[in-house]
Write a protein that binds this ligand. Sequence first.
Ligand SMILES: C[S@@+](CC[C@H](N)C(=O)[O-])C[C@H]1O[C@@H](n2cnc3c(N)ncnc32)[C@H](O)[C@@H]1O
Length: 288
Amino acid sequence: MNKGLNQAGLDALLAQINTLKGELLSFENADCLSLKLNGADDEIITKIALDLRPWRKGPFKINELFINAEWNSFIKFNALLKYFDATNKRVCDVGCNNGYYMFRLLAQNPAKIVGFDPSKLFFSQFYFINHFLRTKIAYELLGVQDLPAYSRAQGKFDLIFCLGVLYHRSDPISTLKQLKAGLSDNGELILDTLFIERDDELVLSPAKSYAKMSNVFFIPSLKALEGWAYRAKFKSFEPLFSSLTDENEQRLTPWIYGQSLEQFLSDDKAFTIEGYAPPKRIYVKLRG
Ligand SMILES: C[S@@+](CC[C@H](N)C(=O)[O-])C[C@H]1O[C@@H](n2cnc3c(N)ncnc32)[C@H](O)[C@@H]1O
């Protein structure tokens, strides 16, 4: 159950964030994104951070406050690091959540960095952190479906990340076309999706839910994913690596409500609670 704030509650919180004091003394851009502030009211900051739950991606630290998000997002980010270079590039993170990867990407000095995510809660978490960091990141409350029009008006991107989004879309080929439309000629898309381990072109389409997520529509085999990329007219398709989600990466913490990976799997962890293969991701690089 999501016990988080409604839209009006988030608006009130955003107004409160605007009034928060705190001068940035240091920012450690590492696995835990750590901010040291001078003159901040740690008690109010803690209260706002708690109000902003659930924190899915992180971790973050503000002075002594450790926001131990459900996902250790550095595991995915660090595994991907050797496959891209964002230096001087126009970069977009589609499905950016609270901006964890975008904050990490700042270390590579991209020319421009834009995040797309339609969730006002995750935007509010970004807004909270960015209130102190004051980065050049532009966060758009938009979805991947808005990318073609956005990039026509604002320019295309040299590097797009679309991580953990494709299986949430009910039309994955259209989604890939939308991502392609946002890429400059020969630009790169780094994408990950849940996948099934099979040698043929089949796709799993869970009728009700996958690992208790009711918004998972299509989980392709690697070959099926390659076929989707071909239909979306990407110039190349390069599998990078795969990874099984484990409890180092995703687990219940006090910063979310309810349940996490442990409750989504069978006791022996061999299956999801619905009897499907447990969550495994494939990472690929596509050229536009
Ligand atoms: C499973 S999370 C993945 C977050 C992050 N990219 C990662 O890999 O850790 C999916 C994200 O997609 C966002 N999302 C939902 N609908 C979307 C859409 N239409 N376009 C882009 N992102 C969307 C959600 O709000 C959420 O932040």
